[in-house]
Write a protein that binds this ligand. Structure first.
Ligand SMILES: Nc1nc2c(ncn2[C@@H]2O[C@H](COP(=O)(O)OP(=O)(O)OP(=O)(O)O)[C@@H](O)[C@H]2O)c(=O)[nH]1
Ligand SMILES: [Mg+2]
Length: 548
């Protein structure tokens, strides 16, 4: 016999036995439930003065019997009935109320968050006879935008509502809506969410960047929701009402995941994933995941996996199913592959091994660096916000073909080239990983070694994409990271890139305002002023070192 769920303390043995018997009840497929079952549930519920609920699967079997208190029942973990994107749960909930309240806000929330097939409430007379049945189901997206529908109350004598056919039709409609959006069945479809106390403009800008990040990660973005908050609810981050709306839109748009713009701490992740059925990740995880997709070299791969594990570790504390959603990452790459089986001890072992391997790779690189130092060529490092045009500049300057792409984090692994100036001296020029606002801490730590390469630079070229509406914030973020890396003392030349995308007056004005040299990294003919500037700066230091 299957066990009972919920609040069974203080019940008599025979009451428990009668409750367990509900598992044996059969419901014909056309019926929501039978009159007899409704009557027995109401009677029992009155007798023990607690709500009773059953969850019924698509084969009309009772798979959960739940006992609550006089005000509510709590639906237990139903993860083994995981709903596919755009589908319903395959379980309907029928439960008693002891007062005369029809469907409550909590009932509708459960319906939406758990994506139940249906939610029904049985009302009874004081002596336990079924009186009315209230019923609601989720609505496929429609013009009036009501996320669920509450049907007219049913008479307990007429519970023959063609129940399974109704659920099936509902689900077909949800799937149809989903498939019209589906461009690539393999790609994830995400709903983006931001909950913050920043200004509306700041949140919108940050959201625009999150969207670009998602696209870079190969995720389709189906919509975004911004919630302004005076003070974030620390436990939930997002209020229960809003979370419900969110799940409903995600369901209606056939989303496969929700991405938060704010970093979620372990308890926030837990409380969110406890309540909703979607995979939930945050901006940090998204960035880590993009890095995992991009890493090419052995060092890059080690660094990313280390950062991912370090981010996951505190989130592995809770051994619940939320972890399976959490560790899934996008498309389950990197350490996410190991999903559920991963545990803290193994994660720690892996971290130790990765750190050792990284150390070895780095020693090797230091030797190379020492060799290069012997050559005494000055080093110019190209830095800047991701997608600013760093790799494009390196390519145009040195006629190479480092990957450039209109995606964030196209470059992960640094590459170096020789560059000869007309006045006949050579420098080493290096292209690096792009910076981003709030670079995840673990990633920063993991990439520290790569970034430390920048320490040996004689000159930094800070590339700024002036065609990006957020370029001012981007400059600030880059300069903050430089300060964190203690690189703010290295001579830096600001380079205003993509002037072909703005009008000439703007580029002249910004050139003056930001004290930068304007270029279009794509076209060699615009690089002359920059080359001359570099030649002057480096020519001087070069001569000086030669005098030494
Ligand atoms: N119109 C225009 N586009 C440019 C210019 N420079 C670069 N781009 C484009 O900007 C996009 C990003 O260029 P990348 O060179 O990959 O940028 P990056 O700074 O190396 O980016 P990450 O490696 O991702 O950090 C590409 O689509 C380039 O073609 C320019 O001067 N004008
Ligand atoms: Mg690049």
């Amino acid at each position: 016999m299957k066990k009972l769920y919920g609040n069974i303390s203080g019940l008599k043995a025979n009451q428990i036995k009668r409750l367990e018997n509900f598992y044996r009840r059969r419901i014909p497929p056309e019926f929501l439930l039978t009159y007899e079952l409704a009557r027995d549930l109401c009677r029992m519920s009155r007798e023990i003065r607690r709500q009773i609920g059953i969850l019924v699967n698509r084969r009309s079997k009772v798979v959960f019997v739940i006992v609550g208190d006089n005000k509510k029942i709590v639906i237990p973990n139903t993860d083994e009935y995981r709903a596919a994107p755009g589908r319903l749960k395959g379980l309907r909930c029928i439960h008693t109320h002891l007062d005369h309240a029809a469907l409550t806000a909590d009932d509708l929330t459960d319906l939406a968050l758990l994506r139940l097939d249906m939610m029904a409430v049985l009302l009874s007379t004081p002596d336990g006879l079924p009186q009315k049945v209230h019923l609601a189901h989720i609505m496929p997206k429609n013009s009036n935008q009501r996320p669920y529908q509450i049907l007219p109350p049913l008479n307990p004598a007429n519970l023959d509502i063609d129940c399974l056919a109704l659920i099936q039709a509902l689900e077909d409609e949800l799937a149809r809506v989903g498939s019209t959006y589906q461009t690539n069945p393999d790609s994830e479809r995400a709903l983006l969410v931001s909950v913050s106390s920043e200004t509306k403009r700041q949140s919108e800008e940050s959201m625009a960047e999150l969207r670009e990040l998602a696209l870079s990660g190969g995720i389709d973005v189906i919509g975004s929701v911004i919630q302004q908050k005076s003070k974030a609810d620390s436990r939930l981050l997002i209020g229960p009402g809003k979370l419900q709306d969110l799940t409903l839109s995600a369901l209606q748009e056939a989303a496969t995941m929700i991405i938060f713009d704010q970093e979620l701490n372990p308890s926030q992740i837990k409380s969110i994933t406890d309540q909703i059925e979607f995979k939930v990740i945050d901006r940090t995880q998204l960035i880590l995941d993009i890095f995992a997709q991009r890493a090419q070299t052995r060092e890059g791969k080690l660094q990313v996996e280390l950062a991912q594990l370090k981010y996951m570790l505190p989130r592995l504390v809770m051994k619940n199913t939320a972890m399976s959603r959490l560790t899934g990452g996008i498309g389950g790459r990197g350490p996410g592959e190991t999903k559920l089986e991963i545990n803290r001890r193994r994660a720690r072992d892996r971290i130790t091994r990765l750190e050792k391997a990284l150390l070895a790779v780095r020693q090797q690189r230091n030797q190379q660096k020492a060799k290069r130092r012997k050559n005494e060529l000055p080093v110019i490092s190209i830095i800047g916000y991701t997608n600013a045009g760093k790799s494009t500049l390196l390519n145009t300057l040195t006629k190479s073909n480092v990957v450039t792409e209109s995606r964030l984090f196209a470059t992960l692994d640094p590459s170096s080239r020789r560059l000869r100036f007309p006045r006949d001296f050579e420098v080493i020029i290096t292209d690096t990983v792009g910076f981003i606002r709030d670079l995840p801490k673990d990633l920063m730590a993991a990439f520290r070694a790569t970034l430390e390469e920048l320490e040996s630079a004689d000159l930094l070229l800070h590339i700024i994409d002036i065609s990006n509406p957020r370029f001012e914030e981007q400059i600030k973020s880059v300069e903050k990271i430089l300060a964190d890396l203690k690189l703010h003392k290295t001579p830096t030349v600001r380079v205003l890139n993509k002037i072909d995308l703005v009008d000439s007056q703007t580029s002249i004005r910004l050139g003056r305002q930001l004290k930068g040299t304007a270029i279009s990294a794509k076209s060699k003919s615009t690089l002359r002023p920059l080359m001359e500037k570099l030649e002057n700066i480096l020519g001087m230091t070069h001569r000086m070192t030669n005098v030494d």
